[in-house]
Design a protein. Structure first.
Length: 202
């Protein structure tokens, strides 16, 4: 599996109107399910008088997770069309919420599917699509005497330091492209002053 994947750079918005109903699609870059929950909560608060807040997302790194929610619309008429649009654009780490303001006229299942699909497509078409890199987090524990060896190695790699502590017993956590994880673990465990190298879950 390649390290690279497509996502969106910033939030984007799409709009579709049908028989008085208004469908506002909101696309967000996300990295985890806690972030998804906070955004959904915020959108529901902002659009508190909307009839439905349907959504779908695809997130992941080591494992890809996806979910769709019809939020009271007939089953598979809202969440699935949104999810299918995210898949159609081949995106990961993206959440799309479609807020519906009911116009008084029912659209039927086919009409709903088309509305949620079209609104989502509009939002994603406006988004700036970017190439990102799947990364894994690793923790390195080592003796102070090994600091030069460790720093020399990680500086040669695409290693993004998240935390670091330099005392008698030192530690660094950071992100590295997942295809390089085993290579850097093998290299670091070969150093006599390195105590432990761990790939962290996520």
């Amino acid at each position: 599996m390649t390290d690279n994947f497509l996502s969106i750079k910033d939030n984007s918005e799409g709009l579709y109107k049908e028989k008085g109903s208004k469908f506002i699609a909101l696309a967000f870059p996300v990295s985890n399910e806690n972030e998804v929950k906070q955004i959904i909560k915020s959108v529901k608060k902002e659009h508190y008088n909307a009839r439905h807040h349907c959504y779908a997302y695809i997130i992941g790194n080591e494992d890809i997770h996806f979910r769709s929610n019809d939020d009271g619309e007939p089953r598979h008429t809202a969440g699935d069309p949104i999810l299918n649009q995210i898949r159609s654009f081949q995106l990961i780490n993206v959440l799309v919420i479609v807020v519906r303001y009911f116009g008084g006229t029912k659209l039927g299942k086919a009409g709903l599917i088309n509305a949620y699909k079209t609104a989502s497509k509009e939002a994603l078409s406006k988004a700036a699509i970017i190439v990102k890199v799947h990364k894994s987090e690793i923790a390195i524990n080592f003796k102070y005497d090994g600091i030069n060896d460790v720093m020399h190695l990680i500086q040669k790699k695409d290693f993004e330091i998240l935390t670091q502590k330099y005392e008698e017993s030192c530690s660094i956590t950071g992100l590295i492209p997942r295809s390089q994880v085993q290579e850097i673990i093998n290299a670091l465990t070969g150093y006599k002053n390195v105590i432990k190298v761990t790939q962290l879950p996520g």
